[in-house]
Design a binder for this molecule. Structure first.
Ligand code: AMP
Ligand code: GLY
Length: 419
């Protein structure tokens, strides 16, 4: 089988590494991939949002199956176009990807079908939003409707901050058209859990749970980032809570999408908060999380490609989806300064046999040397019998990897260990 994977970050590297283990996968192409992924797949110059380019590449190269990993091409409808061209895909079509593409859509879906989430109001008129803030409780959470590279959420501690956030989104268009509509919602508290799931629109199979660490600095301080590290499984996600989530959130979401004529097939990601009133949905993503994938897939025992094909064909209930009874920790090594300004172009040295898997997110190959090229550079994942073993092994490996200006959090998994 010839497979192509759309995307070029650490998540895609983890997907490609997992697909490589499949007995039926012979060749893997990455669109575009990156300097590190090129060790595991043929990287192309085709960008992740280039839909005509992807269709042409698939046809020219007789690709048997496509995995569309990032949010942008999914929301833009890449799966629809590839499917029309006869290429089977893993990932939702445009109609279903709206569950991530529009927060107004997903909030209204949850309200309509009684799926627990933060109370909210939506606005398309800035004056009305500002008026609402005069009496809204603080802290309050302001969200741009559309995709915003994971940055379209502002938690405002005061009404002043909330007003500034609304203006930045709706007037200054800090996130472009994504801020034409906004959601203002109730501030929730509690531990956060990420649950990625496979669904073919009928069956939904949650993967092992995980915990992201979104802030840049230790102790959950500093700016929000794309994610500075992850652990799995998430100790807050007990079997009891998992059962509740299946009944109150996962199945109702799949059924709601069907009822709306928007059957979701692919990886449905639930960002949950375990509040004193029970688990609630913070966000849906229409794809694998990054860097959650870098701890979830290394624990997958079953054949990823078998599962993906079963999702596409609507027979997920027939294939095994099993995870190892172990833990995993991913430490993201970033360029110092990320998520703000940072320098790139530094050589990365990764010794052999460091006891961890290195997923490359932001690096390019130049004359055989691997150079940093992004904010998040590497995801260093180790597994272990206990969470502590996994954390220790991931940090031991990270200490042995070198590039100038490397920065990583020193407390990934600390909160989970204390849970
Ligand atoms: P998102 O980009 O939607 O994942 O949101 C970024 C982060 O903002 C989440 O991981 C939460 O930590 C936080 N967040 C989002 N919505 C809420 C909420 N209603 N209450 C408290 N925190 C929230
Ligand atoms: N790690 C969160 C996300 O992928 O959106």
């Amino acid at each position: 089988m010839k497979i192509m994977v759309i995307g070029g970050g650490g998540r895609e590297h983890a997907i490609i590494k997992a697909l490589k283990k499949s007995r039926r996968v012979n060749e893997i192409y990455a669109l575009p991939g990156n300097g590190g992924i090129s060790a595991d797949a043929v990287c192309t110059g085709i960008g992740a949002k280039d839909i005509p380019g992807a269709v042409k590449f698939a046809l020219d190269n007789k690709i048997d199956y496509a995995v569309v990993a990032p949010d942008d091409p999914l929301v833009l409808g890449m799966v629809d176009e590839l499917s029309k061209a006869g290429i089977p895909c893993f990932g939702p079509d445009k109609k279903a990807a709206i569950i991530e593409g529009s927060k107004v859509f997903s909030k209204n879906l949850m309200k309509k079908y009684g799926i627990p989430t933060a109370a909210y109001e939506t606005f398309s008129d800035m004056e009305k939003a500002l008026e609402y803030l005069d009496t809204a409780p603080v802290p309050t959470v302001i969200k741009a409707d559309g995709l915003a590279l994971g940055k379209g959420v502002i938690i405002a501690e005061t009404r002043e901050e909330a007003r500034a956030a609304v203006k930045s989104m709706m007037e200054d268009r800090a996130f472009g058209d994504s801020g034409a509509n906004i959601v203002i919602e109730e501030f929730l508290t509690g531990p956060e859990v990420s649950v990625l799931s496979f669904t073919d629109g009928r069956t939904i199979v949650p993967m092992v749970s995980s915990m992201d660490h979104k802030r840049a600095l230790d102790g959950d301080q500093g700016l929000n980032t794309g994610g500075m590290g992850t652990i799995a499984p998430n100790p807050y996600y007990t079997p009891d809570i998992a059962r509740r989530c299946m009944e109150e959130i996962f199945l109702p979401t799949v059924n709601a999408m069907n009822a709306e004529g928007r059957t979701f097939k692919g990886c449905l990601y639930f960002g949950l908060m375990l509040t004193p009133d029970g688990p609630k949905v913070i966000e849906y993503n229409c794809r694998f999380g990054d860097p959650e994938t870098q701890v979830v897939l290394p624990l997958l025992k079953s054949d990823l490609f078998d599962i993906m094909q079963a999702v596409t064909d609507g027979r997920l209930s027939e294939v095994p989806v099993e995870f190892e009874n172990k833990s995993a920790c991913c430490v993201v090594m970033a360029s110092s300064g990320y998520p703000k300004k940072y320098e790139t172009g530094f050589e990365i040295t990764i010794p052999d046999n460091i006891g961890a898997q290195v997923y490359v997110a932001g690096a390019k190959l130049e004359s055989g040397r691997l150079l940093t090229s992004g904010g998040r550079v590497l995801g260093v994942t180790a597994t272990g019998d206990t969470l502590k073993d996994a954390i220790d092994a991931a940090y031991c490996a990270a200490e042995n990897i070198h590039f100038e200006n490397a920065y990583y959090r020193k407390d990934i998994g600390k909160r989970a260990l204390e849970a």
